[in-house]
Design a protein around this ligand. Structure first.
Ligand SMILES: Cc1ncc(COP(=O)(O)O)c(C=O)c1O
Length: 409
């Protein structure tokens, strides 16, 4: 089309922040083909609660829009760089209930947690400066930092000891060695996705010491914090409180906390010393004021949604537990799980990395089950896969029946 219009160049110059990878991974290409052809398949990588059959969500949203405050919040829209005060007060109450004092003036609303990351990379880095992120970890962090012309580097987690039920953990030496004079922030995902480990009080304490010494802020992504196993909660909460005293930021949002990615609401909360918070408030407000990206309906719903968060979360927590229990009865190795929406499993330790992808491709073609190879998240173990725990048990079971038929064939 373009080439038909004379005078318009077919190619144009654009940012070198990313190189478009035209060679799509064969497994993802196959999945896309199935989706485009409207074929049904069992997607064990499902991350969207809106596709995971949670009927309770609809009635809770309906209740949120029936609140008097909802219409008042929209009709009285008066933009503020940090977002509406009643939403920020509700978020402040959420932290107060966890024993973490965060004032509404230290909360900055964004359209999502991903957007919150982008704002922080804009705030903290000049082109080429570095942010550190965990590996294995959530791949989006790398893409988002590149889009802000920041350079992402990784610190590596200590591998789990499956036989002793010891999960992934921080390798403090590796973290320290990975810090450079131009490291402008360190990302911690608490609990990490997909490894499921949270920061223990001892780890949090040491991290706070290291970052204080180097004057580097912590960027703590807590999107899965409310999905930590109940038996691990006390320790996780203690670690969270310790880290919340470090100079830095906590990120969160409704997409995971409340199973509501469609509401488009996330935030940045400032933590640490008064001097640090004072230095950040103004430039961050300036940045957010350029976009004002949070919608009035999202902000108007926030107090009701947050107050009723357990009604959103309980069915998800029960489902995760049921799926984990089911998995533990399967002839697969389940890596130690502490929290989040994913588990790591190993079907066979004899598969090589290439075989792992080949396994997924054949499984998809022959049994219509999509299983994500662990190396998509930089999990270094061949034969490892990342399994979403958010599907209803009957769907989860059917997918596993198919996997068993495939492995026993
Ligand atoms: C660890 C982690 N952080 C952030 C996000 C993105 O959250 P949002 O939907 O609020 O952008 C995800 C999404 O899967 C995630 O796994």
């Amino acid at each position: 089309m373009l080439s038909a219009i004379s005078g318009i160049q077919e190619k144009f110059t654009m940012t070198n922040r990313f190189s478009l990878d035209t060679e799509q991974n064969p497994l993802m290409r196959r999945k896309e083909e199935l989706l485009n052809n409207g074929e049904t398949f069992w997607d064990l990588s499902e991350a969207n609660p809106a596709r995971a059959h949670f009927p309770h969500i609809e009635s809770l949203i309906a209740a949120a829009v029936r609140q008097d405050d909802f219409i008042a919040g929209i009709s009285g829209y008066s933009p503020h760089p940090q977002g509406g005060i009643s939403a920020r007060e509700a978020i402040s109450r959420y932290y107060a209930q966890a024993g973490i004092p965060i004032m509404p003036e230290d909360i900055f609303l964004t359209a999502s947690t991903s957007e919150a990351y982008s704002f922080l990379f804009k705030l903290l880095t000049s082109p080429g400066e570095k942010v550190l992120s965990p590996s294995p970890g959530y791949p989006l962090v790398e893409m988002l930092s590149r889009m802000e012309a920041a350079e992402v580097e990784f610190y590596f987690l200590e591998n789990p000891i499956t036989a002793e039920n010891i999960p992934y953990s921080m390798d403090m030496e590796n973290l320290e060695d990975s810090l450079h004079p131009d490291t402008r922030g360190v990302v911690f995902i608490n609990p990490n996705n997909p490894t499921g480990n949270y920061l223990s009080p001892m780890e949090a304490h040491r991290i706070a010491e290291i970052l204080k010494e180097r004057k580097i802020p912590a960027i703590v992504d807590e999107v899965f914090f409310d999905y930590i196993l109940p038996e691990e909660k006390a320790s996780a909460e203690e670690g969270r409180k310790i880290l919340s005293m470090a100079d830095g930021f906590i990120l969160n949002g409704f997409s995971k906390m409340l199973l509501l990615p469609q509401i488009k609401m996330g935030w940045i909360a400032l933590t640490g010393s008064e001097a640090w918070k004072t230095s950040v408030r103004e430039p961050l407000s300036f940045l957010l004021d350029l976009y004002l990206s949070v919608s009035a309906p999202a902000m108007a719903m926030a107090p009701f949604l947050l107050e009723n968060r357990r009604a959103f979360q309980n069915p998800m927590q029960e489902r995760i537990r049921a799926n984990l229990e089911w998995l533990s009865g399967m002839p697969v190795e389940v890596f130690p799980y502490r929290g989040g929406w994913n588990a790591i499993i190993r079907i066979s330790s004899t598969l090589s990395m290439e075989d792992t992808e080949e396994f997924s491709l054949k499984l998809l073609d022959e049994k219509k089950v999509f299983l994500m190879p662990g190396y998509f998240f930089d999990i270094p173990h061949p034969g490892a896969f990342v399994v979403s725990l958010i599907l209803p048990l009957e769907i989860f079971r059917e997918a596993w029946k198919r996997i068993q038929l495939f492995t026993n064939r």
